[in-house]
Each structure stands twice: as C-alpha cells, then as structure tokens.
Design a protein. Structure first.
Lengths: 326, 424, 283
C-alpha cells in the first residue's frame, strides 16, 4: 500500500472525457458492487460473531449441553425452560437484579438531571466540569469495584467508619454483604457512581438544544429554577430521558461486574453466602462455567432477553406517561 | 491536513493485520521455546506449597526446564482444572488436586496420565496405604502421587492466651480441651477476659470436626449422609457461634487475613498445611504462635496429590519433575519451609522430620506433633461431589455468622443446600 | 425572586451554591479513584488503620513491583494484552465502521434502508444472549484462552456503523462527493481522499469510546481467558483479588496500574469523549 497513491488530486484538474468501454465496466462495478464490499466486512464479522451465536444459543437452549458430560447431548425440548420456572436460584437472582436495578436507576437518573441542570448554567471552566464528571465512566469497573469492595468491608471499611462518626453501628458494624438490603445498596452505589456523570452529559446536551425563547415564552410565570426544571426542561428533553431509561434498563438488567467482584471471593460467582446479591447475569455465568451446564445457561439468557424486552417497553411507556405525552 | 491521519490509519491497519496475521503463534501461546529443546512446565496449585526454592533448585539442575508456578484460589483451581479437562486443552502440565476433589477427578482417570505406566508402582509401598488408594481409579489407574496429609492440631497465640490469663505451654493448653465442648468453654473464658473473639470462624470448626468423623458427607456408595458426621460437625460450629466466641470471618478471604494481623482471634484449627498460611500471612507474629493437640482426637483435613493431565505436551518431563518432588529430600524441604506433612510414613521416623522444631511456632516440634496424628489416621471416604457440597454447607454457616439465619433453623437449610449441591 | 419573565437556564449565571454542589459531586466522583491511589501507596499497617487512612503513602513502587512480580497473575503481560486487544479492536472498528458508515450515508444501493434497520436492531440485543454460544464457537475454533477470542467479537460494532453514518451524513455535503466522482475518482479513492480527512473528529470520538469500552470489558474476557497465561488486565485484576492471599494494597496497586492509562486518555482526549457522548445523545 503506497501512501503517494492516495494523495488528493490537485484541484482545478481538467474534467475527464466520457469513459470508454473498459472504464464503463469499472464504473458499473464501482457503483453497483463496491457499496456492498464496503459494508461486507461489517456484516460478515457481525454474522459470525454476533448473529450466529444468538441463533445458535437458541439451539443450545433446547438441548442437553453439559461441559462435563459431553456424551449425554441430545434434544431436551423445553426442559431447560420449564426448569427455570421452579428454580429458586433463578427467581432469587431475578429479584436481586430488579432490586439493584431500581435502587440504581432512579437515583442515577434523578441526580444526573440535577447535575445537568447545574451544568447548563453559565459557568466558569465549562470543559473542566464536563471532563471531570467522566472520571467514573472511564475508570474500569473491575478496578472501581475492588475499591468499593474495600470501602464496604465489615471491619476497617470506610463506609462503616463514616457511619460510626454519626454514632451508627459502633457496636455492631454493618456486614454489607450479609443482607439483601445492604448489599443491594452497596452495589447500587457503585452503579450510580459510574453512570451519573455520563447520563448528566446526555441530559445536558439535550438541554442545550432547547431554544431560549421556550423559557421566556413559558406559561409558568416566575418559576424558580427547580420548578422550571420539572415543568419546562424535563418535558422538553423527554426523548433523551426515554433513551437513558431504556439504556439503563438494558445495562442494569445485565449487571455482572459489580456483584461479581463485590463478593468476598470473586471466584465463587455465588453473590454472597445465600445469593443475596447474585444477579441473573452472574447466575448465567455460574450455571454455565461453574456447574458446566451450558444448555441451561443458554435458556436462562433467553429468559433474560425476554425480560429485558418487556421491562424496557414498560419503562419506555411509563416514561412517556410521566412526561405527559398525549 | 488529512495526511497525518491517513498515515496513522495506514500504519495502524498494517499493524493490525500484522498482529492478527501472526497471532496463530504469538497470541495463542504454547511453547515457543520448544524448538530450542526448552520445556516449560506449568504447575497449578493454591496457597503456598513450598515450591519456590525447589523450583530454583530444579531449574539449576535441569537447565532445559522452566517451571511456572501458578498459585490460585482453592476452589477455583479445581473448577478450572475440570473445565480444561472437558475442553480438551488449556490444562496445566501438572496440577495439584486436594483430597476434597480427588474422587471427582479419579473418576475421570482417562484424562490423566496413568502414572503406573511411567513407573510409579515402585512408590506404592512408600505411601500410606489409603493415600495411595485414594488417587486410584476403579480400574487401577493411578492419577496422582501424594504430597502431603493434613493431620490435625490446634494453633494458638501464646501472647493473647497469656493476656487472657490462660496457660501458654502446649501441654497445659492441650489439657484445656480434650473435647470440643471444653474447647468452646475455654473460648468463652477467653472472650470474657479480653472482650475479643477466640476462633476465626464457624467453618474452621466445622471442617476439622467433620474430618474426625468416621463417615463424612458421603458413604462409600456415594449416598449423601447428612445425619451422621456432618450433623455432629455442624452442631459444634453452631454451638461456638452461639457462644459468641467466633470472629465470623470468611476463611481464606481478605478479611480473614486481616483478622490474623489485627489479633481478631487467638486459636485456629490447623492441619499441617495451615502452618505455611499462618507464617505467610502474619510474618511479624513469629514466636507468638504455638501448636497444641486438637480436641476430639485425630483426623485428616486436606492434603494433596500431584496429577499430570494427559493433554499436556510434555508429560514425560512433567513426570520427571513430580517424581523428583516426592523424593524424601524434597518432601522434607517442603515440610521445613511451609509445614506440609509428607504422606510417606518412613519420613515420620526420619530424624530430619522428627527432630525438627519450627521457630515461627515457638519451636514446636511440628514433626512429632503431626506425624503422631497421621499414623493413627482412619481416612474418610470423600464423594465425587464432596467439594461443592462442602462449599454449600460452609455458605450456610456463613449465613448464620452474618446474622441472616437463626442457628436453630440452620440445620434444615444445610441439609437442603447439601442435597442441592449433590445433584448439581 | 419572582420575575414575570422566565430566564433560560443557559442565561442564568451559576451562583456559589451551584459551584458548591458541583464541587461536592466532583469530589465524590473522584474519591474512589483517589482512594485507590492512597491504598496503592500504603503499607499494610496503614491500610488496616482505624480510622482509615486518606493520605497517600510512599509505597507505590514497592506495591507495584510486588504486583508485577507475581508470576501467576501475569500482570505485566496482561497490560500488554489489554493494549493489543483494545488497540486492534479500536483500529478495525474505526476502519470497518467508517467504510460501512460511508456506504450507508452516501452511496446508493439496493436494500440500503433494510440493511441499516438491521444494524440498528442489533444495537438493542443484549450481549448476554450470545455468550454461551460464542463460547462454544470459540471452542470449535480452538480460540478459547487466546486473545483472538476477545478480539474477534469486537472487530466491528453496530454502534460504530450507526455513529459513522450519522456523522458522515451531516459532515460531508453530497456535492463534494459528486465533484470527486466527476473527477473520475472511484469509490474507494473518495473514501480515502474525501471522507477520511473530513471525519477525523468522529474517528477520534469513536476511537476513544471504543478503546475505553474494550479496555474495561470484563465478563467475556473472564469467561474465555480466565485461568490462562493470557489474561487482559481486567481478568488479571480479578485474579489478583481472588487468590489465597489477598493483600489489599497489592490489589489496588494493580487496579491503579490498570486505571492510569484511561485517566491519561481522559486528560488528553476528554473534550472529544465529552463531545462524542453529547453528540450521541442528539441523534
């Protein structure tokens, strides 16, 4: 590949004469076939590593597919799916996933709105603020979760130290991993920490595209800045809110890294001593690569997909309602 | 303006192609140095098996061999080995397998080099009879050569005992607790005197008590037997937790390691292999530990074998190294550095073992103490699902310690969890 | 406080309260990363001190050398692996996605819209769905446990195609392309000479976002690379945190080492990342 070839043609070159026959075929090839060649790498790679696994996953889900008993493969029908219905671990993980999802999404988006509203004012050091709040976003989840795992330690953890300062838990420090409520709060804190800044930027960008005269012409006379936020800004940026709600739903219901590394023994994938904070994605990992039952894990991932679809749709509808869409 | 971008893009693309093009070798790993007659042996184990010095020694004697030590987490290493055996590739050249998992792996003896084929039969007579048999498959294939046995004792902190007004020399301390009930009573005295906890966790009482029972989780027909040994062990751990003497730290986890350093407990059930962990975790507590006898009589907790997965490329070199490792000289070396007690009874009479005193543990004669426990041992049968079952029951104990489960409701949960694990 | 005419927030000057809230938020955002640094520079005694330490120590090099010296964690190799994986994935994503984005934005061909809708639909499929089958596929290819298994699924991204299409559609007037065609330039040449120079900012944005996301990816690398000698830095980190001797100062020194490259990236390319995220929201 030579670099000189691709130097741009100098401007003002004379126009070419009408193409002769050979050139005509080249031209045809260039306009009819080349576009497909340009998109081919994407579709080819996507078909192999994106689409095929999804289709194949459906087949695996319908089969007995255990890594430790390769001889016992065969069609299982819907056995893997019907087993889900009575699997306590699955329902427990589903409950945890939703619990953590609610605890993380709602504060996350609300705080992001407030931060975005503040960033939308005339400020000194605009860029500095915007870049600064992205620090959690670029920090690897694996790294930050390990920090939080220490932060929420029972003995010598910072969280308990802060609580002890306000006279709480001096005698019996909270064992954050022990109960559902405390482990959910800890994990939701990690998720919120990571995504508030990112969502704030999304909101900010939408807020900036609201024309100023919308505020000036608003029927809400003399509203303070916060009433303005709820009554004018939020309805105006509703599509972006919808987008973030759907995005958080897809991400939140697949939560894996935080609960995984929050465990005292990250290699166990058990989400606490009694699965207090085991999420579905974590359970899929455990069933597939610790219990070595890939067929069942595949069925679980289909169930998760359906749940995400339903929840995303419900959330999208609810957000529209809240935004007062007709 | 566009020029630099183009150059960067072009260079990057060439680089990308070059990397993915040559990835066949460089990214997929394997032994690049095999061509030069170099052999690299990867060894998987957990904790500290005293191999650091031996590795250097072996490499110096065999310049064509490079030993790669890969220590990981106990359960994870076994799960990983299972996964790699199934996948047919990726297993280490040599893997330690613990007693808790040996039945699971010996039932897949086809996946391992049959060490008898390599001439290991000559070692049969050197081993404790049960140690040799435990790693043998039903049709007589030998998948591993024994390293250590986990004879039981009780480690304790002399300085903390003294502060609590308890005796400190090992004979008097041993007399404090012929039974587990008396052990717990001693713990209550300690806790009352100091306001601190006595033992690290309920699981570290459950395991040794279970090891002392004639039958563990499974009988030799692979049937889960919760009402026998496991019930006794479980009740003991519940009693200790209810007595308020447990620091409730999850063993082998970061907070447990911290617990050592912060004096959060004063006694710890210690099979021989635990000594290495104690001195690695709290090096500055040298001379503050001693070793007494364990309540309730002898028993074996843990102890491993070296196995050679068949998929390895250098099984002959691997066998040579394993054979070297189990020679008396090396076994004694390991015993001296980390405390792991050999599984070859002749060594128990060897002056190097018998007269050895461990400085870290107030010069306790670890050879005498552990050799005595190992010789009278009645080994338990550990079922195929012993590993996961133990993890499941330990989790129930942890739940009680965390306060999420009442001790009197815990047994039913433990039975349920064990049942589930046995069927997973 | 009441006025009859509302003023737009953009016109409102931030008062001290605004700055106070933002500063607090910023401190909370930075604290975990700062604390990571504190632990990474401390001794065991300081880490376990009570009250906990919040001032950096001087042990960073000691702790780092311990982490890099642990031969069973492969930490040095893992950082190199992460650079290779994130680098290759970023470059190929930029190249393939700009090609496809260009085609979708400026070229006419049959089924163009239908194909674009497929691209958009794939954006909504959670990656959880394919993970089991992807693992089986990689086993068949004998790629499991190699960097190829991590690189291959990342070579292209639907988001990248979508983003590039949007950008090229806005940034390059059709006339420019027409003019080049009249000059006799073929499609590929137009891509090199007209499109690539014009989409430099978009390449920077997509490149940074892809690099960050690939570097931080954890679940799939964990599944395929765990227990091998070729971990990415995220997998090595989880290894570091689940050995039999977990020493916090060491774990967080490792975490710190794996975070530094991204913080540097944020310092250099922060504006681009901010712009990329904000533009992404509008389209």
């Amino acid at each position: 590949m030579s670099l000189t070839e691709i130097r741009p043609a100098p401007p003002g070159q004379p126009k070419h004469a009408p193409p002769p026959r050979a050139k005509f075929w080249l031209y045809r090839f260039d306009t009819k076939t080349v576009p497909y060649l340009l998109i081919a790498p994407f579709f080819l790679l996507f078909a192999i590593f994106g689409l095929f696994p999804i289709v194949f996953n459906a087949i695996v889900a319908l089969r007995n597919w255990r890594l430790d008993e390769p001889d016992e493969r065969g069609w299982a029908g819907f056995e893997n799916f019907s087993r889900l219905l009575t699997d306590e671990d699955f329902w427990n993980a589903l409950g945890n996933t939703f619990g953590i999802f609610v605890l993380s999404t709602i504060p996350q988006l609300l705080i992001a709105l407030i931060i975005a509203n503040l960033l939308n004012r005339k400020l000194r050091g605009t860029t500095w603020w915007r870049v600064g709040i992205l620090l959690p976003y670029v920090t690897p989840v694996a790294a930050s979760t390990l920090v939080f795992a220490m932060f929420f330690a029972r003995d010598y953890g910072l969280a308990n130290w802060f609580l002890s300062l306000v006279g709480f838990g001096n005698e019996n420090p909270i064992d954050w991993r022990a109960a559902k409520w405390s482990s959910w709060i800890a994990i939701a804190t990690m998720v919120n920490w990571k995504w508030i800044g990112y969502n704030a930027l999304l909101y900010l960008s939408a807020m900036q595209s609201i024309p100023k005269d919308v505020y000036e012409a608003s029927a809400v006379d003399g509203a303070g800045p916060w009433r303005q936020l709820w009554q004018i800004t939020v309805p105006m940026i509703q599509p972006v809110i919808l987008f973030t709600v759907v995005l958080s739903t897809i991400g939140g219901l697949q939560l894996f890294n935080e609960p995984m590394l929050f465990d005292e023994n990250p290699a166990s994938a058990s989400g606490g001593s009694d699965g207090q904070f085991q999420t579905i994605a974590q359970l899929i990992y455990k069933v597939g690569w610790k219990d070595l039952n890939l067929g069942y894990a595949a069925a679980m991932s289909w169930a998760l997909f359906l749940i995400i679809l339903i929840v995303a749709a419900v959330n999208a509808l609810a957000t529209r309602r809240l935004g007062g869409d007709k | 303006m566009g020029r630099s971008v183009r150059r960067v893009a072009a260079v990057g693309l060439v680089a990308a192609l070059a990397i993915s093009g040559c990835s066949g070798q460089s990214l997929e790993g394997g032994n690049d140095d095999a061509a030069a007659g170099q052999v690299s042996l990867k060894i998987n184990f957990w904790g500290d098996m005293g191999l650091d010095k031996l590795k250097a020694k072996y490499e110096a004697e065999h310049t064509n061999v490079k030993i790669v030590l890969n220590s990981g987490e106990y359960n994870a290493q076994h799960e990983d080995l299972q996964k790699k055996l199934v996948a047919g590739s990726g297993a280490p050249d040599i893997s330690a397998v613990d007693e808790g998992f040996i039945v699971q792996f010996r039932s897949q003896a086809d996946q391992f080099v049959n060490l008898v084929d390599k001439g290991a039969s000559s070692y049969e007579s050197k081993y404790l009879g049960w140690k040799w048999k435990a790693s043998q498959s039903a049709d007589g294939k030998q998948i591993g050569l024994g390293t250590d046995v986990g004879g039981l004792a009780m480690c304790y902190r002399t300085d903390l005992f003294k502060a609590a007004g308890l005796p400190t020399d090992r004979e008097s301390v041993s007399k404090l607790w012929p039974t587990w009930d008396e052990f717990i009573a001693t713990g209550q005295k300690y806790t009352k005197a100091t306001g601190k906890k006595f033992v690290d966790s309920g699981t570290n009482l459950f395991n040794p008590v279970l090891a002392q029972q004639p039958v563990g989780f499974y009988d030799d027909q692979e049937a889960l037997q919760m009402e026998g040994g496991p019930k006794v062990a479980f009740d003991t751990s519940m009693k200790a937790i209810e007595a308020g003497i447990s620091a409730n730290l999850a063993s082998f986890q970061p907070n447990w390691d911290q617990g050592f350093k912060k004096d959060q407990f004063a006694a710890l059930a210690c099979p021989a292999w635990m000594l290495g962990h104690i001195q690695d975790t709290a090096p500055d507590q040298k001379g503050k530990w001693d070793i007494a006898s364990i309540p309730g009589g002898g028993g074996n907790w843990g102890g491993s074998w070296w196995t050679i997965p068949k998929q390895g490329k250098n099984v002959d070199e691997a066998y040579k190294f394993v054979e070297w490792l189990i020679q008396p000289e090396q076994q004694i070396e390991v015993f001296k550095t980390v405390g792991n007690l050999p599984s070859q009874p002749a060594l128990y009479k060897d002056p190097a073992v018998l007269d050895f005193k461990k400085e870290f543990f107030t010069n306790a004669p670890t050879g005498q103490i552990f050799a005595a426990t190992a010789e009278n041992l009645q080994p338990q049968y550990l079922g195929k699902k012993n590993g996961p079952t133990r993890v499941a029951v330990e989790n129930v104990i942890t739940r009680v310690q965390q306060g999420g489960l009442k001790p009197d409701a815990a047994w039913a949960e433990a039975v349920k969890a064990a049942d589930k694990a046995s069927k997973a | 406080m009441t006025s009859l005419v509302n003023r737009a927030p953009q016109e409102t000057r931030g008062n001290w309260k605004t700055y106070a809230v933002l500063a607090t938020f910023m401190i909370l955002s930075a604290f975990p990363v700062y604390w990571m640094f504190v632990i990474a520079t401390s001794t065991d005694e300081k880490v376990m001190g009570f009250p906990p330490t919040v001032i950096p120590g001087d042990q960073l090099l000691v702790n780092l050398s311990e982490v890099f010296g642990m031969q069973d964690v492969f930490f040095t190799a893992s950082l190199i692996n992460s650079v290779i994986v994130a680098g290759v994935v970023t470059l190929t994503t930029l190249f393939f996605c700009s090609l496809a984005g260009f085609a979708f934005a400026k070229l006419r061909f049959r089924y163009r819209n239908a194909l674009m809708i497929i691209v958009i639909l794939t954006l909504t499929v959670p990656n959880q769905l394919g993970v089991v089958a992807l693992y089986i596929l990689m086993s068949r290819l004998e790629w499991n446990g190699t960097l190829l298994a991590v690189i291959a699924p990342g070579l292209v991204s639907a988001f990248g195609v979508f983003y590039m299409r949007q950008f090229i559609g806005h940034a390059i007037p059709d006339e420019l392309i027409e003019a080049a065609r009249i000059d006799g330039a073929l499609t590929l040449r137009i891509y090199w000479t007209v499109v690539l120079p014009a989409i430099r900012p978009a390449l920077a944005v997509l490149g940074l976002l892809t690099f960050v996301a690939t570097w931080n990816d954890f679940q799939w690398p964990l599944i395929t690379l765990n227990g091998t000698d070729f971990p990415t830095s995220m997998v090595a980190l989880s290894d570091l945190a689940s050995g039999n001797y977990v020493i916090y100062r060491r774990v967080l020194a490792g975490a710190f080492a794996a975070t530094v490259p991204l913080v540097i990236l944020l310092l250099i390319g922060g504006r681009q990342i901010v712009r990329g995220i904000m533009e992404g929201a509008l389209k």
